[in-house]
Write a protein that binds this ligand. Structure first.
Ligand code: AQP
Length: 332
């Protein structure tokens, strides 16, 4: 079985619809066909200032949401990044292989550091993509299921894997991004020219899966569309309506042409009312399942402990080979 690896940050508490449709939904289906490793990336979460109690709670909350979304610990390896120390260890080696210039070209860093004021951004935020490189290479992943915003980081991973292999001998699998065209980028409901994001979206444009279903329905109903009336998938001319169609189509498994057919002669109001119902039907059981995992922290922690043990066995082997290749004397 080919291997996949991906991670999600525990920073925001609730996952948003972009995280789910762009990434987590793919994770669920890939566990059936791939040897799948999924993690809550708490090391990444401390690249911006964090409250320790919140981080601890949000890490368990993220794991609970992944299980509620359909990850099955019998079918995949689910773990917390800091439980596997090899991530930080391999990241150091990768930091020494990456060029300062190439790291400086990462657009996510530029965007995020600009928001904080460049001088205040941490060195950790700067090397965040290099830690991501280590995350992926440790597991010899063939594919990395992510949203479009992560493409540049996967490219960097490929470059560094090839550089290492060229310099020290074949060591790492060179991974490919697994990005589904339809859901690669879910857009903000109020400003469909930007991606839905926990930091850039306004509260009205961002659908958090754990919000009150009523509030979610309201956000869908007040989504920005355009001044026409026709319901047609055309991301260039009609980004708002097209975003709603993408969300509707993915959550219900109905093709976009079928949806267009269904709404011939109907207005945006009808589309929004129906999509609001679809959303409520999706988030209501999701919230309940998440809460059930949170109510049983022992089971949750033991799932994560088992996942970390399995992840470590793979990660330790890759790290040992890497240390040997770069010339470290083995510890006796
Ligand atoms: N709008 C989106 N459409 C499709 N995929 C998305 N992802 C995020 N936003 C969208 C994907 O979700 C996965 C997990 O993301 P993360 O935990 O690394 O968080 P992020 O990318 O930092 O999420 P945000 O909301 O985009 O955060 P900020 O605002 O801080 O940048 C990833 O696979 C990502 O591609």
């Amino acid at each position: 079985r080919p291997r996949v690896l991906s991670g999600i940050q525990p920073t925001a508490g609730s996952f948003h619809l972009g995280n789910y449709l762009g990434a987590v939904r793919q994770w669920v289906s890939l566990q059936e066909t791939h040897d799948a490793y999924y993690m809550v990336v708490d090391l990444h979460a401390i690249t911006i200032p964090q409250d320790p109690a919140e981080l601890r709670a949000n890490t368990r909350l993220a794991a609970a949401q992944l299980l509620a979304a359909g990850l099955d610990p019998e079918r995949c390896t689910l773990f917390v990044q800091s439980h596997v120390p090899e991530h930080a260890q391999l990241a150091w080696v990768m930091n020494c292989l990456a060029g300062f210039g190439e790291a400086s070209r990462m657009t996510q860093f530029k965007d995020k550091s600009a928001k904080q004021g460049a001088d205040r951004a941490s060195v950790g935020l700067f090397t965040y993509p290099i830690l991501q490189v280590a995350d992926i290479l440790l597991y010899q992943a063939n594919e990395v299921p992510v949203g479009e915003d992560q493409r540049q980081h996967i490219e960097l991973t490929r470059d560094l894997a090839e550089r290492f292999n060229g310099r020290f001998g074949e060591t790492f699998t060179v991974p490919k991004p697994h990005i589904l065209k339809e859901t690669a980028k879910i857009y903000d409901l109020q400003d469909p020219s930007i991606k839905m994001s926990k930091s850039a979206s306004t509260p009205k444009g961002l659908i958090n899966l754990l919000d009150e279903p009523k509030a979610t329905a309201k956000k869908v109903k007040s989504a920005v569309t355009d001044t026409e009336t026709e319901i047609r998938f055309d991301p260039q001319a009609k980004p708002g309506v097209s975003n709603l169609l993408t969300i509707y189509s993915t959550l219900t498994g109905t093709g976009i042409p079928e949806l267009q057919e269904k709404y011939v002669g109907k207005g945006y109001g009808a589309l929004k009312t129906d999509l609001a119902e679809v959303m409520v039907d999706f988030v209501t059981p999701f919230r309940e399942r998440t809460q059930a995992y949170l109510d049983d922290p022992e089971t949750l922690d033991s799932i994560l402990a088992k996942g970390a043990e399995k992840a470590r066995s793979v990660a330790a082997e890759t790290l040992a080979t890497t240390y040997d290749r770069v010339g470290f004397v083995p510890a006796k």
